[in-house]
Design a protein around this ligand. Sequence first.
Ligand SMILES: Cc1cc2nc3c(=O)[nH]c(=O)nc-3n(C[C@H](O)[C@H](O)[C@H](O)COP(=O)(O)OP(=O)(O)OC[C@H]3O[C@@H](n4cnc5c(N)ncnc54)[C@H](O)[C@@H]3O)c2cc1C
Length: 297
Amino acid sequence: MRFWERYTHDPPVISLEVFPPKDGSSTTVIETVKALSPIQPAFVSVTCSAGGSGSDNTLPIAIELQQQLGVGTVVHVTCGNRSRDDLEEHLREIGSHRHCNIMALRGDPPKGHKDFIPHANGYRYAVELVEHIARINREGSLDGSRCDRFSIGVAGYPEAHPEAPDLTTDLKHLKAKVDAGADFVATQMFFDAQYYIDFVRLARGIGIEVPIVPGVMPVERYPQVMRLLDQMGIGIPDEFRDALEATRDDADTARAVCRDHTIDMCRQLLTAGAPGLHFYTLNKSHATEAVLRALFP
Ligand SMILES: Cc1cc2nc3c(=O)[nH]c(=O)nc-3n(C[C@H](O)[C@H](O)[C@H](O)COP(=O)(O)OP(=O)(O)OC[C@H]3O[C@@H](n4cnc5c(N)ncnc54)[C@H](O)[C@@H]3O)c2cc1C
């Protein structure tokens, strides 16, 4: 069974997301996943830098995770800074290590830029990368890859991608990624389960049938939440904002408020039929662990 098929056959599927640290070391990532291994995550996804320059540590970290901890991985691939040939070569390298699960993304605009800048011979939208991988899957044409087929995940945005004019348009673009061959959707984080519930209903309404797994970030601090709201263009329920504001000068209470909110939201998501929970760990185990311990005592 491919791992994403577990969303249908064996829910809820718990997965983790980590990022390659800037200093090139993998220690915090390995320690984070090791600390969370009692929950037996179905997979760990490893992000890559927005530029996709190839200098980041995504694949080496995925390899280390699999070799040291025996955990399945999803390798993120972005379009920025890469020509189609570079992307093909990168996929070949990923496949040569038998890492066959790809999160296919466009990537954010480079730091200091408002707009995404595609490579002159690259892709402007993630859908084109999905088409590229799906062609490889169809033709089985990637010499050196040890994957008979790449599984493909794509990003979805319950509150619409910040560059999209509206959610309806953004959902049409999500449908194009699924029609091109995506096997599952992982969502942007949010602070209100209702956004996810409405998003799934709308997605199903336009014929998106693949699993849609909610992305959950177990936040811990008032300034962290405020920064995320600003960066991601996402909303926050009044009740959670008020409770958090009251804890500005009290880190312990802030942690407890955040944890309780995340636990409550996860329960709502699972009750609503979410096929799993994808945790943005930020390379720290304790907040995710506290939530999981409460959900699955
Ligand atoms: C689960 C998840 C994991 C992520 N991991 C990473 C990571 O590892 N590294 C990283 O750099 N970033 C990551 N991101 C962030 C992501 O790269 C950014 O949000 C980026 O701005 C958009 O990427 P996308 O793949 O959603 O792009 P797209 O699907 O290409 O969408 C980008 C924008 O273009 C619009 N659009 C799409 N197709 C068309 C079209 N044909 N015509 C007009 N408009 C169109 C969409 O509506 C949207 O507004 C992740 C996001 C999520 C939700």
